[in-house]
Design a protein around this ligand. Structure first.
Ligand code: AMP
Length: 282
């Protein structure tokens, strides 16, 4: 496995793989790898012979300076995990490589899919940062497929729309959320939870389960399902930044769950902001 730092080096590696007849898959990450990231690598490996992982803690998608500073960085152990999972090349650029002096371009995806949920709570700059960095990463690598986790369901929606709108020739492949045995969605931020906070955070998967159970018992009213989920959070004294049942394509709130709907949750547990979601299927 090679680690490259520049777009020129990455293009050379990818051109070599293509000359050998390989298709190319890409897994964009911010590092601090866990089994959730590695599940994307496994999906990529199953689809093609050459897998690129990018590791870049993108400053422009953080809307809080503390969150950016506290974000875990551990390149050496990440490289070992990536190699064992079958990554061929890690692209780990510096901020100056991604945003050279005078960088003046923003990719903005408009409309409800960026305004709701994360866009509303973290601010519009978040998805501008995501769309800009992902378009730059995709153009640097030009993979056949790029793999994104459904844990960040809104991100999948935004990236898919961007790729479609701009005609970037890549297939976006959504991958299921990987969870710890107790149900907590794997996240690089989980490492910052104390033992007590981690126990309280289990109210998040319980809330998703309570919503599914309410629906399964015949409850279709979104408000009642939301309340069932909210009770689980309240039992651990957690206040949701949002707890929303929305149309999976537009992210508009729905009143009745009579078609598949996305239940999305953002919660702060102590200092750590966690998100999770599930599709509610009647
Ligand atoms: P991040 O490093 O948090 O930006 O995540 C990089 C990619 O891994 C994104 O596409 C995430 O959606 C995905 N990812 C993060 N956590 C998980 C998880 N628990 N299961 C599946 N994919 C994940």
């Amino acid at each position: 496995m090679r680690i490259v730092r520049t777009i020129a080096q990455l293009r050379k590696e990818v051109a070599g793989a293509r000359a050998r007849g390989s298709e190319v898959g890409m897994v964009p990450t911010m590092g601090a790898l866990h089994d959730g990231h590695l599940s994307l690598v496994h999906a990529a490996r199953a689809d093609q012979g050459f897998v690129v992982m990018s590791i870049f803690v993108n400053p422009t998608q953080f809307t809080e300076a503390e969150d950016l500073e506290a974000y875990p960085r551990q390149e050496a152990s990440d490289a070992a995990l990536a190699e064992a999972a079958g990554v061929d090349v890690i692209f780990a650029p510096t901020a100056a490589e991604m945003y050279p002096e005078g960088f003046a371009t923003t990719v903005h995806v408009g409309g409800s899919i960026t305004e709701r949920l994360e866009g509303e709570t973290r601010g519009a700059a978040h998805f501008d940062g995501v769309a800009t960095v992902v378009s730059k990463l995709l153009l640097a690598c030009m993979p056949d497929r790029a793999y994104f986790g459904e844990k960040d369901a809104q991100q999948v929606l935004v990236v898919s729309r961007m790729v479609r709108d701009l005609g970037i020739p890549v297939r976006i492949v959504p991958c299921p959320t990987s969870r710890d045995e107790d149900g907590l969605a794997r996240s690089s931020r989980n490492a910052r939870l104390s033992e007590g906070e981690r126990a309280r955070a289990l109210a998040i998967p319980r809330a998703l389960g309570a919503a599914a159970a309410a629906l399964a018992s015949g409850e279709c009213e979104a408000e009642a399902i939301r309340e069932a989920a909210g009770r689980e959070l309240a039992a651990e004294d957690l206040v949701a930044e949002y707890l929303a049942i929305v149309d999976p394509d537009t992210l508009d709130a729905v009143e009745r769950v009579d078609a598949p709907a996305l239940l999305a949750i953002a919660v702060r547990v102590g200092e750590v902001r966690l998100i999770d979601n599930a599709v509610l299927t009647p």
